[in-house]
Design a protein around this ligand. Structure first.
Ligand SMILES: N[C@@H](CCC(=O)N[C@@H](CS)C(=O)NCC(=O)O)C(=O)O
Length: 247
C-alpha cells in the first residue's frame, strides 16, 4: 500500500491528504518526526544530501516529494468525477499554489515564534520521549529545535514582515471571492480551494475533527488580529471543509 509520510498538523501535509482523500486513493499515513526523524528517512530514501521535506509519498516504484506533485498523482490515479486540476485552469492553480506557499511559509514563521514564546506550547511540541529523558532533554531540545528551524527556513524572529506577507495573500483571496462565487476558480471545486483553505490554518485552525491540535498548540496557530480581519474567509473555509473535506 502507498505510504504518506506527514507531519500530521502541517498544512502542507493536509494539502496532500485532502487531494488523495478527494480521489479515494488509499494510503497509510505515517507520522514523520521533524529533526529527529531525518537521519532514518535519509537512510530509507538513500538521499544523503539536499533538502528533505514532507509530505512525501512512498509507492512501490519510487517516491513523490512535494504536496503539489502528490496532488497531481492523486488526480492521475484517482477516481473522483470532479477533477482537482481542470485542464483549462492549470496556470491559475499553479498561481494559487505559489500564493499558498508564501502564506504557509509566513505562517510557519509566525507559529514558530509564538510556540517559542509559550512554555506550554513548547512542551506540547516536544517529541514523545521516555519520561527520564524527556525531563532532561526538554530545554536543550526545544532551543536546539528553534535554532534548527531558524537555520533551515532562514527567518528572523520579527513577525511583522511575515504577517504582512500572509495578509497580502489573504487580501488577494478576498478580492477573488468578493463576487460571491462558491469556489476560488468559480463554479467548481479545485485544488485552488485546497491551497487557500489550508493556508488559513495558520490564521485560525480548523476544528479537531479535521486536524487535531493540543490546546496551547492551537493557540500558537491562531493569529487573533488576522482572524478578525479575515473572518469572512474563515467562514468560507469552514463551509468548504464541511462540504468538501471527505476522508
Ligand atoms: N513545497 C513543499 C514544502 C513542504 C515543507 O516545507 N515541509 C516541511 C514541514 S512543514 C518539512 O518537511 N520540513 C522537514 C523538517 O522539518 O524536518 C511541499 O509542498 O510539500
Amino acid at each position: 500500500m502507498i505510504e504518506l509520510l506527514t507531519i500530521p498538523y502541517s498544512p502542507w501535509s493536509e494539502k496532500a491528504r485532502w487531494a488523495l482523500d478527494h480521489h479515494g486513493v488509499r494510503y497509510q499515513e505515517v507520522e514523520y518526526q521533524p529533526m529527529l526523524g531525518e537521519p532514518a528517512l535519509r537512510k530509507r530514501l538513500g538521499k544523503w544530501r539536499g533538502k528533505i521535506s514532507v509530505p512525501l509519498l512512498v509507492k512501490a516504484d519510487g517516491t513523490i516529494e512535494d504536496s503539489f506533485a502528490i496532488a497531481q498523482y492523486a488526480e492521475q490515479i484517482g477516481s473522483s468525477p470532479t477533477p482537482l486540476f481542470p485542464e483549462d485552469a492549470i496556470e491559475k492553480i499553479v498561481g494559487w499554489n505559489e500564493q499558498s506557499e508564501i502564506a504557509m511559509r509566513a505562517g510557519r514563521a509566525m507559529v514558530t515564534v509564538r510556540t517559542m514564546q509559550d512554555p506550554q506550547a513548547r512542551a506540547e511540541a516536544m517529541p514523545p520521549l521516555p519520561a527520564p529523558l524527556s525531563g532532561l532533554l526538554k530545554r536543550p531540545l526545544t532551543s536546539f529545535g528553534a535554532a534548527y528551524l531558524r537555520r533551515k527556513y532562514k527567518y528572523s524572529s520579527s513577525l511583522e514582515s511575515h504577517t504582512e506577507a500572509l495578509a497580502q495573500v489573504l487580501a488577494n483571496v478576498r478580492a477573488v471571492l468578493s463576487d460571491g462565487r462558491a469556489y476560488v476558480l468559480g463554479k467548481n471545486f479545485s485544488y485552488a480551494d485546497i491551497c487557500v483553505a489550508t493556508s488559513l490554518q495558520c490564521v485560525r485552525p480548523v476544528t479537531d475533527e479535521f486536524i487535531k491540535l493540543r490546546p496551547a498548540t492551537r493557540k500558537a496557530w491562531s493569529d487573533e488580529a488576522l482572524a478578525s480581519q479575515f473572518d469572512d474567509l474563515l467562514g468560507w473555509r469552514d463551509q468548504l471543509y464541511e462540504s468538501q473535506r471527505l476522508s
